[in-house]
Design a protein around this ligand. Structure first.
Ligand code: AMP
Length: 504
């Protein structure tokens, strides 16, 4: 049994009457219904000529039928191509065509633009919220088709902060490894728990459905279809034991909202954060307010959610001597992978030395979709080269410095923007900071900080400079400040430093 969709099939046969899918507080399907909808999607796909291994794209906002479509695709033995709902129709059409998707399931809000744009596959509009539809009325496939562990399950297009997105091939084996590692290193999940989908289901939040299907937990899609702090707190209080994946900016906004409305966060059991740097001040404030509910993971599409983890006790336990250093790290290698720091010459660096983070194991991709050249660059001697620079200490804790391409070299010295950003972020007038290098005839590069001010505050470059001088080496402090009302971000909320550099 290797088709991961068997996990749903099995759950439905063991406890078909357990509540499964919710839109807000309203249940739209139990596990038997969830399975039946998935099996009908599969029946419809097979009746329409879809063969094992074919790609089916998803242009869907977060909704319960996202999961029915996903499992239907897997039941049929096909591979899903989930696309971020915030992409432009042109970008979605590009991804759909690059993947060779024969069908694109789209929610009504996204379908018209995609149909107008045009793509090679047939666009099928699905209601999204458990309503009747011809696809869900098709004769069901009795169960998931057999798959091999190395077969493609999910084609994940990288967020493309640099250049054209690449399709990461995520296999059935990688997803079962991810699920195993989650239970071992990240969190336990019980049948009474809820997965709340506030972050895009096309990314980590969607991948995390698997652990909740495995134990027959509830899946709650917020009616807003996305991130709304008030809605999260309301649904958490209603359901009582909510798990969610959140990007660092979501954690910051959730904390600020909860503090402003004096909401303690009842029912929030686990918030797994990752996907980008979490600033020290933000996670300390979040734990102060919500308590020990946070767990950090570090991953990338090429090794989804599965490189390292920092468990909740280490995030929250301030009595430990190494608490600060551990909190600044991304934790230790997850159980199903090995992590090492490259020495730049094909070997492994000594502990404490900075270098490119490398990872290998069952959660690592076999390569990029139809892109031999990029695959060869990323997979070297059996290691995935992550493109992230970091150090590992003697206990195996990994601290990220930056993406290798974001590192600034000023006067021959390496400066990691993250460190400068951390320092700036502790100033009360700074809401967000992004530090990049600008070309300079004398130094090679100089440090430039783009700053978004906190409400009620103005730029005060002298004060920022004094603040940095108190915290980091002189040569690291910004030589120039640029005020911004907001920072350019991609659809996953990551700051587009390439765009900022272009303005200098
Ligand atoms: P993506 O493939 O779009 O998920 O982006 C993955 C990249 O996000 C990684 O290579 C890291 O640069 C960054 N990232 C992921 N998790 C973390 C984390 N916990 N802390 C800092 N950066 C992270």
């Amino acid at each position: 049994m290797v088709n991961i969709a068997n996990w749903l099939h099995r759950r439905a046969s063991i406890c078909g009457d357990r509540p499964a899918l919710f839109l807000g507080r309203e249940m739209v399907a139990d596990y038997a219904g969830f399975h039946a909808r998935g099996a009908s999607v599969a029946g419809w796909l097979v009746a329409n000529g879809i063969a094992p291994g074919d790609r089916i794209a998803l242009a869907m906002r977060n909704c319960p039928d996202y999961l029915c479509a996903l499992y239907g695709i897997w039941y049929a033995g096909a591979a899903a191509v989930p696309m971020n709902a915030k992409l432009h129709a042109r970008e979605m059409a590009w991804i759909a065509d690059d993947s060779g998707a024969r069908v694109v399931f789209a929610t009504p809000d996204l379908a018209p633009a995609l149909q107008q744009q045009g793509c090679d596959g047939e666009v099928i509009v699905l209601p999204g919220d458990g309503e009747d539809h011809v696809v869900f009325a098709a004769a069901p496939l009795p169960g998931p088709r057999d798959k091999s562990p190395g077969d493609l399950a999910w084609l994940f297009y990288t967020s493309g902060t640099t250049g054209t997105p690449k399709g990461v091939m995520i296999t059935h084996r990688m997803l079962s490894a991810m699920a195993l590692s989650y239970f071992a290193d990240v969190d336990v999940v019980h049948a009474e728990d809820c997965a709340h989908y506030a972050a895009p289901m096309s990314h980590g939040a969607g991948l995390y459905n698997l652990m909740h299907v495995l134990v027959g937990a509830h899946h709650v899609c917020p009616p807003s279809g996305g991130f709304d702090p008030g809605e999260i707190l309301d649904l958490a209080a209603h359901f009582g034991s909510v798990h969610m994946f959140a990007a660092p900016t979501m954690v910051q906004r959730l904390t600020r909202h909860a503090k402003a409305y004096d909401e303690p966060g009842l029912g929030l059991r686990s918030i797994v954060y990752g996907g980008g740097p979490m600033y020290h001040a933000d996670i300390v404030e979040a734990v102060d307010h919500f308590g020990p509910v946070f767990i950090q993971i570090y991953g990338q599409g090429e090794c989804p959610m599965c490189i390292t983890a920092l468990p909740r006790a280490m995030v929250a336990d301030r009595t430990h001597d190494d608490w600060q250093a551990r909190l600044a790290s991304v934790g230790r290698a997850q159980s199903v992978v090995q992590v090492a720091i490259g020495d730049g010459a094909g070997g492994v660096a000594a502990s404490g030395t900075a270098g490119e983070i490398m990872v290998r194991g069952d959660a690592v991709m076999p390569g990029y979709w139809r892109n031999e050249e990029a695959s060869t660059r990323a997979l070297v001697n059996g290691w995935l080269m992550t493109g992230d620079v970091g150090v590992m200490d003697a206990q195996g804790f990994v601290t990220l410095r930056d993406r290798s391409k974001d590192m600034i070299i000023a006067g021959g010295t390496n400066i990691y923007p993250r460190e400068v950003e951390e320092a700036l972020m502790t100033h009360e007038a700074v809401q967000e900071a992004a530090v990049v290098g600008a070309p300079d005839p004398e130094w090679g590069e100089i440090v430039v900080a783009f700053v978004v001010c906190a409400p009620g505050h103005d730029m005060d470059e002298m004060a920022f400079d004094a603040h940095c001088l108190d915290r980091i080496a002189r040569f690291k402090r910004p030589k120039r400040y640029v005020h911004r009302h907001e920072l350019p971000k991609n659809n996953y909320g990551k700051v587009l430093k390439t765009e900022l550099r272009r303005t200098l």
